[in-house]
Write a protein that binds this ligand. Sequence first.
Ligand SMILES: [Zn+2]
Length: 338
Amino acid sequence: MRTLRAIPLELTVHPAPPLLEVRGEAYIANQDFTALNAQLVAAGEKPFPNARNATAGTLKQLDPRLVARRPLRAVFYAVGACEGIEFATHAELLETLARFGLPVQQLWWVCPDLEAVLRCYRDEVICGYDMARDLRSRVPYEIDGIVLKVNRLADWPRLPAKTRAPGYAIVHKPVPWITPAETVLRAITVQVGRTGVLTPVAELDPVFVQGSTVSRATLHNEEEIRRKDVRVGDTVVVRKAGMVIPEVVEVVLARRPPDAQPFDFLAHVGGRCPACGGPVVRERIAGGAIEEVAWRCQNVAGCPAQKTRRIEYFAQRKALDIEALGASWPRSWWSAGW
Ligand SMILES: [Zn+2]
């Protein structure tokens, strides 16, 4: 850490608190990243795929001289253990760290109420979805979202933590900021759900989308495939709906193979349930706020796919939470003829 010039060796406050643990993140600015890669290429070495990767790779280096040569910077945004100092708000904490000579993010706003949060989001973050003016154009590194935090630290313990995130902070990524990933759709398979609904799934060439590699994406239903005119062999744009479930957004028509055929759902499953061979019927399904038309397996009692999904549903964490009961047990029961 001592070789990172962004991190001061001494705080600019006297007397300094006896103990101050600060938390932050290292990064490489866009401009520095371009220069670093040009340097590597000129030296006959392999360039880094992205700045995040270059930063992580550099911090793993055991040779401090090499780390010192890399243009790493840092920002600090939180404190851990500290003695002799207290903060009432998150804003106060950031201001204090800056006063101590630690690099902190400069672009943050304190909003007195939710109306102000929305106003700030419109005017300072997305700026009318204008790429040339939005928040991304004002920071020297790549970002794909923002963090909203509760300012008053006394409120933090009252907000229950989520599985992998604290309760007092939430990440938001504006949808137009998400870089779409393109890949080839190799096949369409059909999954049978707990209620017998047949869901088409796109089998894709693995592609990196918003932080993870994706090789399958939902196509929702027959209607959706027709509306987007998705065909096997197409190059498609993939993103994660609500940051979690990968979905096919659209087809890149310019790259459609000349022999690609319109997808015929019923012919694809041969007019039967792909799991049990039972009859399927087109039904209107009311699923929460959305209503959709889908094909449904009518073999409620005998369809192994439906039975497996029902047991999974029953045993899941949110229901009876039976850890050992996943999908593999029921599958072995059905194949043993139960
Ligand atoms: Zn079935």
